[in-house]
Each structure stands twice: as C-alpha cells, then as structure tokens.
Design a protein around this ligand. Structure first.
Ligand code: ADP
Ligand code: UDP
Length: 238
C-alpha cells in the first residue's frame, strides 16, 4: 500500500495517510531527540534499524496474543499500521530503577523493582510529559477506567514476553514506554518499540545499549541499537 498525504510529523517518525482510511504508513526518520525535543541530531541508519527492530518486536508480541497495530514491513524505513485514535497517555513499565524514577524518588539506579512499577504520563512536550494518575486520566477524559485496566494488563503482558526475549539474549529490559489507541472498539498497542523508547543494559556489565547513550552523550548510539538488534536476531544487515 502506498503513502499519500502527510498526517503528521512527530519528533522521530512521519505518519502518512494511504488509500485505505483504516491504514497509515509510519516512516522512521534518522532524527533523534531528547529532553522534549531540545537536543536533536541526525543519526545515520537509525530510521532503518528502528523500523526493522519495531517490526520484529511487534510480530513477537502479536504471536504472543497481544493486539498490535502492526500490519507489515513495507521497506527499510516504512511500516504499514492500522490507524488508531491514539490515547494521549504514555504507559511506562519499570523493572529496574533508572531515569525519572531515580530523580523523582531518590532511589539508586539499577535497583530491581519487584513487582514492576507501572506509570502513566501525559503525552505533552510543552508540559514536559508530566506523570499523571488514574484520577487525572479519568477526570480529564484521556481514557476510561476500563481502558486504563486494559492498558496496564497489556503493558505487563508485553513485559513478560520482552523481558524473557532480552534476557535470553544477555540483556536486561530496564524500562520502556508504550502507547495505545482505539481501533473499531478495541484497544491496540500502537506507536513503536525500539531502543529509542526503552532502556536495555548488558546483563553482565550493565553497559547502556539504548537512547541513554544519546541523552548522556556517550556516543556509539546506533552501533548499540545494532548490537541489540543482532543479539535478538533482527535482520538489519541485508
Ligand atoms: P512524537 O509524537 O512523540 O514526536 P513520533 O515522531 O514517533 O513521536 O510520531 C509518531 C506519532 O504517531 C506519535 O504522535 C504517535 O502517537 C502516533 N501514532 C503511532 N501509531 C499510530 C497509529 N497506529 N495511528 C495513529 N497515530 C499513531
Ligand atoms: N520514554 C519515551 N518517551 C518519553 C518518555 C519516556 O520513550 O517521552 C521512555 C524512556 O526511553 C524510558 C522510559 O520511557 O525507557 C522511562 O523514561 P523516564 O520516565 O525514566 O524518563 P527519562 O529519564 O527518559 O526522562
């Protein structure tokens, strides 16, 4: 299916209409941003790596029975998806303390979190994506209580599948962000799963293999994404 007009351009992807009103094309760009878009760089190959990475993960999740928007990989940088009515709330699952959890609660990076922590954040760059609770989400009408239950349930199912996948490839899935949307009355996992939106550490050395390399200016950002991709068997060298 061919992309037609642009629907919107986000910080890392551009989303296009297609001839089918129920389908969109997600185009993965090389743009890499952090700190709500304050730091932006072009990183060669990142669009391709994340597009292929995301397709691989979405298919694994689908095979595990998780409803996802993914339809098919179109080419190196483009993926066909179902068009969702996106819920403007980000769902974060944490298995180890890192990032904003450490800043907010003063806990040490790397502390194991059992049971995993589940959080909602409002998707709003101008407000720096503030953390919100179920009461805010319900009162402001971002999602219904039933949808919140489902988002939490699906987010934790994703955790079961992906923690195992990465663990078997010698990595710790530290935390990740998911976005959901509505599709003809059903809640589906949307957006992407890639090292741009999760934290992955080498299980032995705890070396960071994700976007923290970009946030913290550690270098070797795409090289780390490629390393993760190879370890789990994503075809990126074709
Ligand atoms: P951001 O909006 O955070 O800058 P991106 O650059 O990744 O992020 O832009 C992709 C946009 O597309 C996001 O706003 C995301 O919510 C939206 N999106 C992802 N999947 C779908 C979908 N299946 N249908 C409609 N919109 C989607
Ligand atoms: N995350 C994301 N997009 C956001 C905010 C967070 O993909 O707008 C991801 C981030 O990469 C990490 C997890 O969600 O894997 C938790 O992020 P955190 O709240 O620790 O925020 P950060 O420290 O990145 O500001």
């Amino acid at each position: 299916m061919k992309k037609t007009t642009e629907l919107y351009a986000g910080k890392a992807k551009t989303v296009y209409h297609t001839d089918d009103p129920d389908k969109l094309v997600m185009h993965f760009r090389n743009d890499t941003s952090a700190f709500d878009g304050e730091k932006v760089e072009q990183l060669d190959r990142k669009g391709m790596v994340n597009n292929r990475f995301n397709a691989f993960i979405m298919q694994r999740l689908q095979a595990a029975g998780i409803p996802v928007h993914f339809e098919s990989l179109l080419d190196d940088t483009d993926t066909l998806v179902k068009r969702l009515d996106m819920i403007p709330v980000e769902c974060v699952v944490r298995n180890f303390a890192a990032g904003s959890l450490c800043r907010r609660l003063g806990v040490e990076e790397g502390m194991e979190l059992n049971p995993p922590v589940f959080e909602f954040f409002l998707k709003n760059d101008a407000l720096h994506d503030p953390m919100v609770n179920e009461s805010h989400v319900e009162t402001f009408g971002w999602a219904s209580p039933q949808e919140m239950v489902r988002m939490r349930e699906l987010s934790l199912q994703v955790n079961e599948v992906l923690s195992k996948l990465f663990r078997e490839a010698g990595m710790l899935l530290v935390d990740y962000k998911l976005e959901f949307g509505r599709y003809h009355g059903e809640l589906l996992l949307g957006d992407e799963f890639s090292p741009d939106g999760c934290r992955l550490w080498d299980a032995k050395s705890r070396e960071k293999l994700d976007k923290d390399r970009f946030r913290q200016g550690l270098g070797g950002v795409v090289e780390a994404y490629e390393e993760v991709a190879r370890r789990i068997g994503v075809g990126i060298d074709a």
